[in-house]
Design a protein around this ligand. Structure first.
Ligand code: ADP
Length: 163
């Protein structure tokens, strides 16, 4: 009788693969519980998640990408399956440099979806990198870094929104 493991179409029943890593790129300004939820769910599917903090645009007075990356690094210090890095230039180049099998992104809305579809198309057609789009968990669907920045600006406590 076939067990579900026997039914696997992967060689060796899906066992014995190399480690698979996925890149989660973003500005993470700041890294919210919504972002942490995407990392958590990506870890259910991949062996490693590389969190890539893009540092193409840097505004004076804002928290620098390196500082943002450092905070995320501290957050995952106890988890060897999460790596954190800063990058400038194309996300696809950073993805290739890290040997990831795909890019993962989250979507909260149709607006997010349209943007992500466009980016995914470019990354697949020009660079041969697939994008996995995860729908935001309902509890985080209204949470964005810009909302957190706005609340911080007006002195609100945002600890419930951050991991
Ligand atoms: P970017 O500037 O590249 O959009 P962000 O830091 O704003 O970077 O977001 C990084 C990724 O995380 C994007 O795919 C974004 O859609 C997703 N994301 C942001 N907030 C949430 C959330 N609350 N739930 C799920 N995904 C989210």
């Amino acid at each position: 009788m076939n067990t579900s493991a026997d039914n696997s179409l992967l060689l060796g029943g899906g066992k014995g693969r190399g480690l698979s890593a996925v890149l989660f790129p973003g500005s993470f300004n700041p890294f919210t519980r919504g972002h942490a939820d995407i990392v958590r769910r990506a870890l259910l599917m991949f062996d490693e998640v590389v969190v890539g903090v893009g540092c193409n645009e840097s505004k004076a007075g804002a928290v620098s990408p390196e500082e943002r990356a450092e905070k995320i690094r501290k957050l995952y210090a106890g988890n060897p399956r999460v790596r954190v890095g800063c990058y400038s230039g194309l996300t696809a180049d950073f993805a290739k440099a890290n040997g990831v099998v795909a890019i993962v992104r989250g979507v909260r809305s149709f607006a997010d979806y349209e943007y992500e579809m466009q980016m995914a198309d470019v990354n697949r057609q020009l660079f041969g990198i697939e994008t996995i789009i995860l729908p935001a968990s309902p509890e985080f669907a209204a949470l964005s870094s810009s909302v957190v920045r706005e609340l911080l600006h007006f002195g609100h406590d945002v600890s419930d929104l951050l991991p």
